[in-house]
Design a protein. Structure first.
Length: 412
């Protein structure tokens, strides 16, 4: 695999950083570190050879070969003090003039940062302090659904008491894996934020990052998932929200949406969040507002997630009933991303589904009017229809769930 020092002419993709960066930030990138051969070290620790061997060891090279990308170019950019970037492209993409923009020429594009965290550096902590001050302008901010200002102080106080050390964490600021030459299909629908289908290397890349982090003594890996499906997939790999209340809220709404996830798939549920179709039991819109999600590696960081204080707050919010549901009757533009849109069309025959692909420019977070008359009993009728078609026996139920799990894996 070819490796290059300097970035090619493809421009950087803008990214939103999850943590405030100030002059007092004790980031480990005070200078760009090099090895004895004056080669820049990715994240201050990893050589080109480390990454080259890791790509081969974890089967990433083989997977990309299977997609026909055999002339790969890996580029490392360590010029920024705070954030390092790795991109993977292929010569066939660089010479193809059919792509609309430079970002379509990447197979993998990732921005990463290594940082020493104290509790005050976490976005979650900063957010909870603002919630306590009631410093939230948007009246429908999702946070009001799961934690009120008077309880925010209890959560961040617990974090101050339990997270009293410094923790070296590798942050995934941005990670995109895509196959620009393929199109979305009914079995592999578009996810929010996607321009092209995935490469089925998500698990391999995450395992690579985790093992490199362990090898170099990190306390953990972290990210702030931009979309619901990102958090859902990272959780399947062992990530947990550092805010126990949000972790409880997240697990609770997953349980409440399990039928939709099993029946219609992860993509359409994530689009429901994105387009403002997710409601709670008071008909308030549930807006996805992400928080820090951490994979704990060191024993001291794992101890936080298993502490009695964390579990106590988690249990309190996990056992609440939020009544999370999708307003399917008002969401025809996302039906096309469902595994079983035939059931939706049968349930709402007078509503025409949108045939066109959703564009990011078309996404709106405006309020949706609840069609209660249309929705009355819809969930139960859909469940009955599914039971009759797919869940006639426990063995078939297991088979169906296995198929759903396989489809989710393919989206990564």
């Amino acid at each position: 695999m070819a490796l290059m020092n300097l970035m090619d002419k493809i421009p950087h993709k803008p990214t939103d950083f999850s943590i405030d960066l100030g002059l007092s930030d004790q980031d480990l990138f005070a200078t760009t570190r090099t090895n004895e051969h004056d080669q820049p070290l990715f994240l201050g620790d990893y050589t080109r050879e480390d990454l080259d061997r890791a790509f081969e060891h974890y089967g990433i090279d083989k997977a990309l070969d299977s997609h026909g990308y055999t002339q790969r170019i890996v580029t490392l950019d360590t010029s920024d003090f705070f954030v390092h970037r790795i991109t993977v492209t292929d010569r066939s993409l660089l010479t193809d003039d059919s792509f609309a923009s430079a970002k379509d020429r990447f197979l993998l594009d990732g921005f990463f940062r290594k940082k020493d965290f104290s509790v005050h550096d976490f976005k979650t902590y900063q957010f909870l302090r603002r919630v306590e001050r009631n410093d939230i302008n948007a009246p429908e901010i999702r946070t009001t659904v799961y934690v009120k200002p008077e309880y925010a102080g209890k959560i961040y106080t617990m974090m101050e008491q339990e997270l009293c050390d410094k923790y070296t964490i590798t942050i995934i600021e941005w990670l995109c894996m895509q196959d620009p030459k393929r199109s979305f299909t009914e079995d592999r629908p578009q996810l929010p934020g996607q321009e092209h289908p995935g490469l089925k290397i998500g698990r391999k890349v995450v395992n690579l990052l985790l093992d490199l982090a362990k090898k170099h003594g990190r306390d953990g890996m972290g990210n702030v998932p931009e979309h619901f499906h990102n958090a859902y997939l990272y959780q399947r790999k062992g990530y947990r929200f550092i805010n126990p209340a949000f972790q409880g809220f997240f697990d609770s709404i997953i349980a409440e949406l399990q039928f939709d996830l099993d029946t219609y798939g992860l993509a359409v549920v994530s689009w429901a969040f994105k387009n403002g179709h997710l409601r709670d039991n008071q008909d308030r819109m549930i807006i996805w507002h992400p928080e820090d999600q951490i994979y704990p590696i060191s024993s001291r960081l794992r101890a936080y997630f298993t502490s009695r204080a964390y579990r106590r707050l988690y249990d309190r919010y996990r056992h609440q009933h939020y009544g999370a549901h999708i307003d399917w009757a008002d969401a025809p533009e996302i039906w096309r991303f469902s595994f079983r849109k035939d059931l939706l069309k049968k349930q709402f025959p007078d509503i025409e589904a949108y045939p066109e692909k959703i564009s990011e420019d078309d996404v709106t977070m405006s309020k949706r009017m609840a069609l209660e008359a249309e929705m009355a009993g819809a969930g139960e009728r859909l469940r009955t229809a599914l039971v009759g078609e797919k869940h006639s026996s426990s063995e078939e139920e297991k088979k169906t769930r296995a198929e759903i799990e396989a489809k989710i894996e393919e989206m990564e």
